[in-house]
Design a protein around this ligand. Structure first.
Ligand code: HEC
Length: 171
């Protein structure tokens, strides 16, 4: 039945086709208009989204919470201060973790690098013993001691996020 209705004289087919193509052309124009409007709207959101997602974040951007740093402070006193001292000025072989002694070596590196260093190599007498969230909390306490401002949200223990944040003293 369907193939029957499509068959006919060449003329009829032509007529039918041309009417159809008019409709198709009109529809195409209408669609193009809608599409253009749409693409203008969506192009706005598409360009806006990556701009915020890829905007370089630094340790000056309030990347951790005060509560997270307070938790880190408790852990630091237990696991780190024996060698790096309470004020993070360092002692003996243990380098300073605050002030220029710290920023001179760490500015330009990612938060992920610092976090991984703590997680994999510290405490020197028991490396690998820290819970990953605890290691990150200690890192945020190090940031607080370096006068990097706290923000409203805790820093998430997510490598992609941590890789995107650069240690910087530039505001
Ligand atoms: C037993 C002493 C000792 C303890 C405890 C200790 N550290 Fe260390 N830490 C060192 C020494 C020594 C170095 C330098 C040698 C090295 O990098 O392996 C160091 C290096 C570091 C570095 C690299 C600093 C740089 O600029 O290269 C960081 C960060 C660090 N420690 C953080 C911590 C944290 C956080 C803790 C607690 C979880 C901790 N350390 C506990 C002795 C210690």
């Amino acid at each position: 039945m369907i193939s029957g209705s499509q068959s006919g004289s060449p003329r009829n087919t032509l007529k039918h086709r041309s009417r159809l193509s008019d409709v198709v052309a009109l529809a195409a124009i209408a669609l193009a208009g809608v599409f253009l409007l749409h693409s203008q709207i969506s192009m706005h959101s598409v360009t806006a989204a990556p701009a915020t997602a890829t905007a370089a974040k630094t340790t000056e951007d309030g990347i951790y919470s005060a509560a997270q740093a307070a938790h880190g402070k408790d852990l630091y006193s237990q696991d780190c201060s024996a060698c790096h001292l309470d004020d993070m000025s360092g002692s003996g072989e243990a380098p300073p973790l605050a002030g220029e002694g710290f920023t001179d070596s760490w500015v330009g590196h990612s938060v992920n690098e610092l976090d991984q260093t703590v997680l994999n190599t510290m405490p020197l007498d028991n490396p690998g013993s820290l819970d990953p969230n605890d290691a990150l909390a200690i890192v945020t306490y190090i940031f607080q001691k370096n006068n990097f401002p706290a923000g409203t949200a805790a820093l998430k223990n997510d490598p992609a996020t941590l890789k995107d944040i650069t240690i910087s003293t530039k505001k």
